[in-house]
Each structure stands twice: as C-alpha cells, then as structure tokens.
Design a protein around this ligand. Sequence first.
Ligand SMILES: N[C@@H](CCC(=O)N[C@@H](CS)C(=O)NCC(=O)O)C(=O)O
Length: 226
Amino acid sequence: MSPAPTLTLYTYFRSSAATRVRTLLSLQGTPYESEYIHLLKGDQRSASYTSLNPSGAVPTLKVSENGEEWYLTQSAAIMEYLDAVFGPSSKCGSLMPASEKGKALVRSIIDVLVCDMQPLANLKTLQRVKGMGGDSEVWAKEVNEAGLQALEGLLKKYSGGKFAYGDSLTLADVALAPQMYTCLRFGANLADYPTCAAVFKHVSSLPEFIAADWKHQPDTPEELRA
Ligand SMILES: N[C@@H](CCC(=O)N[C@@H](CS)C(=O)NCC(=O)O)C(=O)O
C-alpha cells in the first residue's frame, strides 16, 4: 500500500473558501501544513502563486504523493477529493450521503454557496463594484441576502434542524458555516432565515468548526482574534 499523500493548504484566515477546506481537514483530523497568502497585500496575484492557481485565489491544495507534487484548486473540488481519499478512514467518516439523491441534494446546497453567493462578494468583485462607482457594502449585503433566501428555501425542505441536509453532518454544513460569517459581516439579519440560522448556530459551535474559523488562525491578526 502506498503511503497517504501529504498536504499543504494555501490559505488566508478570512477566506470563506479556504475555511471550507480547513473545516473539513479539522473534522477529519487529516494532518496538513499551511502556506499563508495575504489577500489584502495581493499575494494571490503574484506570478509564483498564479502558476499554482491560475484563478489567483485561495484555497489551493498541494498534494505530494509517490515523489510527485500536484495542485488542486477550487474549494468544492478540494472538499470532494479530501472526502473521497481521506474521509472513509477519518475521524468523521465520509461527509457525503450514500444515496445518489442525497449526494445530488447536498451538492445543490453547496453550489448555492460556492457558485451563487461567494463569487458575487469576494474581494476582487467588491473592488470592481467600488471601482465602477458602486457601493460595495450595499452590493455585498444584497447578494448575500438573495443567497440566504435561496438557501432557506432548500434547507426548509431538507434540513432536520441541526444540519443543512438531513440529521447528520455533510459537506453542505462545511460549505455553509463560513458563508454565514460572510453574511453576518455584511449585515444580513440571520433571524430572517431561521433554518439557516439554526444550522449555523449548531455547527459553528462544534470544536472542529471553531478550530477552522476565521477568528482562530495563525494568520488572524491579533486584534481580530476571538
Ligand atoms: N471558486 C473558488 C473561489 C475562490 C475565491 O474567490 N477565493 C477568495 C477568498 S474567499 C480569493 O482568494 N479572493 C482573492 C481576490 O478576490 O482577489 C473556490 O471555491 O475555491
């Protein structure tokens, strides 16, 4: 049997996309090293970093195995890879439901977060909105509230109350919690989305989620630490 791949995560404390990956690694108990990419200083746009991640964004996962290194980008792809490779033998087990229906529904919740919400209010989008004379704070609040509306509709149907899908933890929760912090940051009132709020309250209090959140990272500035 070949040894397990070793992992390095390119991360930034406040990145919700990187937080998804940190949360999953924390739940699994999978060891990894971190490389810190300071988004406000523009590290993500350096030639050395874009040669690893042509999107100029975090996260990126470096996988070293069999004497080779390869780089995986996009948080949803990284979560699926980690879940498939490390999940079954990890502390938390696989976080994808066994049924095809369950997998597809979990993926649909993840896509609202990863495709419909996060990119509309990430750093470069907000900088561009501002550059075109718009109010980036108003924009960020609006797009996050629209996303919450959609999520609430899905979770009302599929959540058992404590988790985004059904009655146990899935990758949908891993994707949801970091985006809820973003929603709060931009002034969304979570009380208007009670199912999302209840799930967020429950999962964000789990120690593995706290260990991965934006307030508890080695690169979190002192004044923002919890
Ligand atoms: N679809 C990508 C999005 C990655 C992304 O937008 N990351 C943000 C941080 S959450 C980023 O690195 N932004 C850099 C920038 O906007 O310049 C993923 O899910 O990994």
